[in-house]
Design a protein around this ligand. Structure first.
Ligand code: PMP
Length: 364
């Protein structure tokens, strides 16, 4: 069998080894149906138990009340960029506010603008998306249908330390790249959504946590799959659900609950891992230059540059050879990005830290 490397991919990304092992053990046959998860009906009692436990785990981990629905959808983060304005804008409130702290926020507003008049409440473009705004910097419209932000910008590695305050306007959060990395006060949000392939499972499913009263805005005129209320009414089983992806989300949430011991503990581990790498940047005498401002640094994606393209190429080649993989920055920005999601083990981050110190000592 091929030896596993430490995987710093931005998504699809590392999964807990115990989850992969369990999926492997169960791949040929699940106990009830005596068939693989890949081969059974999304309406079978076995899959019903799987999707219900995945939802229950998510509710337990985040302390989600009955005022919220939890949905499992296809189409990734991208489809939600369109579905959110489709469902949440109304005739009375035809406009929404977008807080732009990086590439994904910009992608979200681009889609939303096709559906209504969106307003930019804050845009960090002039400072190359290096930090998140203070509440006092936001130009919010009190009559907006919702206010959207990206709590962790995966490419820039810029993360909000806490959620922005938007008063009565429902806060909608793209948490694709940091969902479940720490506890949240869900009741501060109208909606939180995340594609699974970073912190929650494989590609193919997105998780949506949405306040039930907001679902009343969904118009019957929407195509059925685009209608969030219909998904909630059908328990995310309007059509053939992405069964394997949901099965893995269930295993990942079991791991968070039982192996890690909940999100407070996960948060402590994530803080420890991120600190290790940011300390290397800060103590490198400028050799490694972090993209994000200190107070906006992401615990999930550590984006940084080296003094030259040649050194970046050498860093990526040598790290790959040392089994520290997928460290190239996003194609749009270059440099290096270490994605250290929940499932990246402390030992992997320690190995990367040691590699970085050594590389700097040789090349500075
Ligand atoms: N939002 C964020 C913050 C992301 O990082 C990504 C994917 N990298 C997306 C949205 C888009 O997700 P998908 O590729 O599943 O459409």
């Amino acid at each position: 069998m091929t030896q596993r490397a430490y995987n710093f991919a931005a998504g699809p990304a590392a999964l807990p080894e115990s989850v992969l092992e369990q999926a492997q053990r169960e791949m040929m046959a699940l106990p009830g149906p005596k068939a693989s998860i890949l081969e059974i009906s999304h309406r079978s009692p076995t899959f019903k138990e799987i999707i219900e436990s995945a939802e229950k785990n998510i509710r337990t981990l985040l302390g989600i009340s009955d005022d919220y629905a939890v949905l499992f959808l296809q189409g990734g983060g991208r489809l939600l960029f369109s579905m959110i304005p489709m469902n949440l804008l109304t005739k009375e409130q035809p406009s929404a506010d977008y807080i732009l702290t990086g590439t994904w926020g910009k992608a979200a507003i681009k889609e939303a603008k096709k559906l209504g008049s969106m307003k930019v409440a804050w845009d960090g473009a002039d400072d190359k998306y290096t930090y998140t705004p203070a509440d006092s910097d936001l130009e919010l419209n009190p009559n907006a249908a919702f206010a959207h932000y990206t709590c962790n910008e995966t490419i820039e590695g810029v993360q909000f330390p806490t959620e922005p305050q938007t008063g009565q306007v429902p806060l909608v959060c793209d948490a694709s790249s940091d969902f479940m990395h720490k506890p949240l006060s869900v009741d501060r949000y109208g909606m939180i959504y995340a594609c699974a392939q970073k912190n929650m499972g494989p590609a193919g499913v997105s998780i949506v946590v949405v306040r039930k009263d907001l679902l009343e805005r969904s118009s019957d005129e929407l195509g059925s799959y685009l209608n969030l209320k219909l998904h909630a009414d059908e328990g995310s089983l309007m059509n053939t659900a992405p069964t394997f992806a949901i099965y893995v989300v269930r295993l990942v949430t079991d791991w968070l609950l039982n192996d890690i011991g909940g999100l407070e503990k996960m948060y402590a581990i994530n803080q420890r891992k991120a600190k290790m790498l940011y300390e290397v940047l800060d103590q490198s005498g400028g050799f490694y230059e972090g993209h994000a401002r200190q107070d906006s640094r992401s615990l999930m994606n550590v984006s940084f540059r080296l003094p030259s393209e040649e050194l970046t190429t050498a860093f990526l080649k040598q790290s790959e050879a040392a089994d520290l993989t997928s460290l190239a920055g996003h194609r749009s920005v270059g440099g290096v990005r270490a994605s250290i999601y929940n499932a990246v083990p402390v030992a992997g981050v320690e190995a990367l830290r040691d590699f970085m110190i050594d590389f700097r000592d040789k090349h500075a």
